[in-house]
Design a protein around this ligand. Structure first.
Ligand code: DLL
Length: 432
């Protein structure tokens, strides 16, 4: 394993034939097994037999995160529960998570895709791979874990958290590759430096993703640790990590496009844009059984090229991400929507729903401050209770977002009201 030449280097004609065959099967499968898709296709007047090949994909309607939320938790599952062997979830736009389910076949395809990605980073069965993404409902930990095992590497399932323990084990076990978020890896490089352990590590590659990062961050990581750092992309709705990754030439991320059919659309008109032009990435899962999605709008902004790469792979490549077409933030690797803060604040009677999120990076770790306006009556009457109120809000926010935030209480009518669309976020990290 795992240069899967048959899948990664097929000719355009072979690829189109395979994608067409898979799309036709998929449309029939979702029509027969998912009420949501059957109704939606009926609404659009589309029959499965209208889809004859990949060229017909734009006849099909888009799927969005709201569709997953509206059918929470299992409404879009196509396979019976007895065939689902794993669940993952990520943040929804408000309180509810978006839940995804995998059959054993899906888990196998996922491991294969992550293995392809790790192979692009040079990982082989002789490597020791430290996985420092979170394990649990988040797809990062288990996704990277199964991919590295598929290659046959020795996996160290560290998860995130205790940086000193992690760096000590990195040295003691002689880890040669690490999978974690890029900001966490920069942080680890500082811990290694401070502990005087930089010259004791055996790392040669990193597989970093789950959050936006820049070329500058990549060079910094590569120089500090003397390794090659690779950009791995994915999202739980489509699978998790392993949807795409960059090879040794770093000229875009190779998509596993025999499994995930990519389109780039204009986020406003929803019409396709030309190759090379910036737009929103849309995926159709060509082979998924658990929760197959048709034309899922990722909201991630990028461009695509279908030219063969110097490495020999013919898979379509996407450029480093340039932003999102919605307001989702990724803070300490966790997806956060401002609407979740709003929904949480409604529970606290002493404050108004006016808030401002200030995101920054301190020592390569993300910080979040939320400024919240105290309600007029409460502010004047019970001003001494403010510290306890801060704690109370911090708890509500932690519960809703899954990350901690520093709460700053401000007086009534302090936060600027905007005339147009409300601005709730100041992001000083400059990640795109
Ligand atoms: O972040 C899956 C993942 C885990 C990818 C580990 C890579 C490594 P979600 O929590 O569903 O899944 O978040 C998906 O994260 O739509 C992007 O906005 C962002 N994202 C993921 N990878 C990258 C990347 C995982 N390499 C959302 N560059 C996506 C920029 C990324 N953004």
């Amino acid at each position: 394993m795992i240069w899967n030449k048959e899948a990664e280097c097929m000719s355009q004609d072979e690829k189109t034939a395979l994608q067409s065959k898979r799309l036709v099967e998929l449309v029939k499968y979702v029509y027969e097994n998912v009420e949501f898709y059957r109704k939606r296709m009926d609404e659009y007047g589309i029959k499965p037999s209208d889809i004859k090949g990949i060229e017909d994909i734009d006849k099909l309607p888009y799927t969005t995160k709201d569709d997953l939320r509206d059918t929470y938790p299992f409404g879009l599952f196509a396979a019976p529960h007895s065939d689902i062997v794993r669940i993952h979830a990520s943040s929804g736009t408000t309180g509810k998570a978006t839940v995804v389910g995998y059959t054993q076949y899906d888990i196998d395809v996922w491991a294969e895709c992550v293995a392809r990605c790790m192979s692009m980073a040079g990982v082989t069965k002789d490597d020791i791979v430290q996985v420092a993404y979170g394990y649990g409902l988040f797809t990062g930990g288990l996704g990277a874990h199964y991919g590295a095992e598929k290659i046959g590497a020795m996996v160290v399932p560290m998860s995130t958290g205790n940086s000193k323990k992690l760096t000590t084990m990195m040295v003691d076990f002689g880890a040669t590759a690490i999978a974690c978020t890029p900001s966490y890896l920069l942080h680890l490089s500082e811990v290694l430096r401070d502990e005087g352990m930089l010259d004791k590590i055996k790392l040669k590659a990193a597989i970093c993703g789950a959050e936006p990062w820049t070329e500058k961050m990549r060079s910094e990581i590569e120089q500090r640790l003397n390794i090659s750092a690779h950009d791995i992309y994915g999202l739980s709705e489509i699978m998790g990590p392993g949807v795409a990754c960059d090879c040794q030439y770093h000229e875009g991320l190779h998509i596993c496009d025999d499994h995930f059919y990519p389109e780039i659309i204009d986020a406003k008109t929803l019409k396709p844009v030309k190759d090379g032009e910036l737009g929103e990435l849309v995926f159709t899962t060509l082979t998924k059984q658990g929760i197959p999605l048709i034309r899922y709008r990722t909201k991630d902004l990028t461009s695509i090229t279908r030219e063969k790469c110097k490495c020999g792979r013919t898979s379509a490549r996407i450029s480093r991400f340039k932003g999102r077409s919605d307001d989702m933030l990724i803070i300490r690797g966790v997806n956060v929507f401002p609407s979740q803060v709003e929904a949480a604040l409604v529970e606290v009677k002493e404050v108004t729903p006016h808030y401002m999120m200030i995101v920054d990076r301190d020592n390569n770790l993300d910080t979040l401050e939320i400024q919240v306006e105290v309600d007029k009556d409460y502010y004047t009457d019970e001003i001494r209770g403010i510290e306890s109120l801060q704690r109370k809000i911090a708890q509500v926010i932690q519960g809703a977002l899954g990350i901690s935030a520093r709460i700053k209480l401000v007086g009534p009518n302090t936060l600027k009201r905007s005339e147009g669309k409300a601005v709730h976020v100041i992001d000083n990290r400059k990640l795109y």
